[in-house]
Design a protein around this ligand. Structure first.
Ligand code: ADP
Ligand code: MG
Length: 261
């Protein structure tokens, strides 16, 4: 049965999408069966996985409105198949922005995705959900299905502030909607060890959160930033780059972690 993880942080530009697509590719590369769900109307994780969001007939929007199943809506990118690390994509595009409003009046609105995933969970080892930069109904839908939350963060001063809101939301969802939910871990991303402040914040994180901080650290690496314009994750775009290697190590760390879940 799949283990389901949300990649969440209500801040934008912190590396959620980069983490989601590269972890998906890293896991696929070592033979894990992965479904990547894009829950952000920007559709960056969709495009970054080699799927053109403008050409999609069915997306996660249709799944949330129960007009399609995941089996009907999922796609794969030929580029990733050719590269030998293919994963399934439940894509998103601008249409998804409307779901927020359309779901206001429906029953069990925060559990729509959870029910849809349950139908395909036996086909995967991992389901990874890329959340939008907000604590909205969409993110709530993600948190309601997940076993754990992966929180990418840059080691900067204000990073810790935003974390409190996210941790409180996770606690509330755990208490009221999803007993299985836990923070699985904080992932330090875009890390630059030459910057003293980053080293200090990194130490503080370890002090506060102990083993909830992943061992793997993702360095700042331009190859990871270049990859999306080629429609592939960095792990596929330049496997030898420091960023790609860090994500492959992170995938291995995740495979180890789920053995104890
Ligand atoms: P989010 O999904 O949280 O908004 P993204 O994953 O889209 O964040 O990342 C924001 C920007 O930073 C993107 O342009 C991305 O390419 C870049 N980026 C992310 N991680 C790294 C990294 N480790 N090194 C260099 N650039 C990165
Ligand atoms: Mg994003």
């Amino acid at each position: 049965m799949a283990k389901i993880f949300c990649v969440a942080n209500q801040k934008g530009g912190v590396g959620k999408t980069t983490t989601t697509v590269n972890l998906a590719a890293g896991l696929a590369q070592v033979g894990q069966r992965v479904l990547m769900i894009d829950l952000d109307p920007q559709g960056n994780a969709t495009m970054g996985s080699g799927v053109d969001k403008r050409q999609l007939e069915l997306t996660v929007y249709d799944v949330l409105l129960e007009s399609a199943t995941i089996e009907e809506a999922r796609v794969t990118s030929q580029k990733l198949v050719d590269a030998g690390c293919s994963y399934d994509v439940l894509g998103a595009n601008r249409e998804l922005a409307g779901a927020e409003v359309e779901l206001v009046d429906v029953e069990r609105r925060e559990k729509r995705l959870r029910q849809a995933i349950a139908e395909v969970a036996s086909q995967y080892d991992f389901v990874l959900i890329d959340c939008p930069p907000s604590l909205s109904m969409l993110t709530l839908n993600g948190l309601c299905c997940a076993h754990g939350v992966i929180v990418p963060m840059q080691c900067e001063y204000f990073a810790l502030e935003g974390l409190t809101d996210l941790v409180n939301t996770i606690k509330q969802v755990h208490a009221n909607l999803n007993k299985e939910l836990a923070i699985i871990g904080l992932l330090r991303v875009m890390f630059d060890p030459r910057i003293t402040l980053q080293l200090q914040v990194s130490e503080q994180l370890k002090l506060h959160f102990g083993n909830k901080v992943f061992n793997t650290v993702i360095p700042r690496n331009v190859r990871l930033a270049e990859a999306p314009s080629y429609g592939v994750p960095g792990v596929v775009f330049d496997p030898a780059s420091k960023g790609a290697q860090a994500f492959v190590a992170f995938a291995a760390e995740m495979v180890e972690r789920i053995k104890f879940m």
